[in-house]
Design a protein around this ligand. Structure first.
Ligand SMILES: O=C(O)[C@H](O)[C@@H](O)[C@H](O)[C@H](O)COP(=O)(O)O
Length: 226
């Protein structure tokens, strides 16, 4: 599906509006909103803005598209970022936040998370996110699918431990099959310093990992902030 590319002048508000619309549609259709959060810096103000939403949080189920292999108290933790920005300020049942147990041995953490998602997949072929948020690094990575890493090739798993040479460490990440099973994938990218990478990603001939995300039966949006 051809991506929708939105050049936003009100990035946080546009992101919140998109999330709000998807939440309303999913809850109306299925009684639950399955959203995957991305890490890094870009989405934090969006998560902080979400806490003002008038919604029944018990119908939201949060997952994480990737996680650093650190405890949940570590400053590097994507879960910690989301907890401080959002979860600590809303009335959401603990069981609605599906945290990656990234303090465990990487392969164990990945296998456990995949098993959790399979339990929640309600008999479907995939755990289908209603909205899966992604970021993009200046090397074109997304989630923890970095250029040249093994996870890019994996098609028979939903979640893996991916060794990332540039950091000399593993990261836990969704694989393309799980990303592409989403009803809607939305990249949230501050394009500052990433224009050349974005141009190549949109060229249709890109080798960057972000360019390979392609929802099988879903929507793909790029929301670009200045
Ligand atoms: O764990 C992570 O870091 C993210 O999941 C990663 O994929 C992030 O989205 C990009 O690196 C962009 O990060 P920024 O938003 O900080 O540019």
């Amino acid at each position: 599906m051809k991506p929708e590319i939105i050049h936003s002048t009100n990035f946080v508000a546009d992101a919140v509006n998109l999330i709000r619309a998807e939440a309303a549609a999913a809850i109306a259709a299925r009684g639950v909103f399955r959203i995957a959060l991305s890490g890094g810096n870009t989405p934090r103000p969006v998560y902080e803005a979400l806490l003002k939403e008038q919604t029944d949080w018990s119908k939201w189920v949060f997952t994480f598209g990737d996680e650093r292999c650190v405890p949940p108290t570590d400053e590097q933790s994507n879960y910690r970022m989301a907890r401080l920005a959002l979860f600590d300020h809303i009335a959401i049942p603990a069981e609605n936040i599906l945290r990656i147990r990234a303090e465990a041995e990487p392969d164990v953490a990945a296998s456990e998370y995949e098993a959790t998602l399979r339990q929640h997949a309600a008999g479907e072929d995939y755990y289908r996110h209603d909205l899966l948020l992604l970021g993009m690094g200046d090397d074109g990575h997304t989630a923890s699918l970095f250029p040249g890493t093994e996870a890019l090739k994996i098609t028979d798993r939903w979640v893996v431990a991916n060794f990332v040479p540039k950091f000399d460490t593993h990261r836990i990440t969704f694989t393309y099959p799980l990303l592409d099973a989403s009803r809607h994938v939305c990249f949230l990218v501050n394009s500052k310093g990433k224009d050349a990478v974005l141009d190549e990603v949109f060229s249709g001939t890109s080798h960057y990992p972000s360019a390979a995300v392609n929802p099988t039966d879903g929507k793909l949006t790029w929301l670009l902030g200045a």
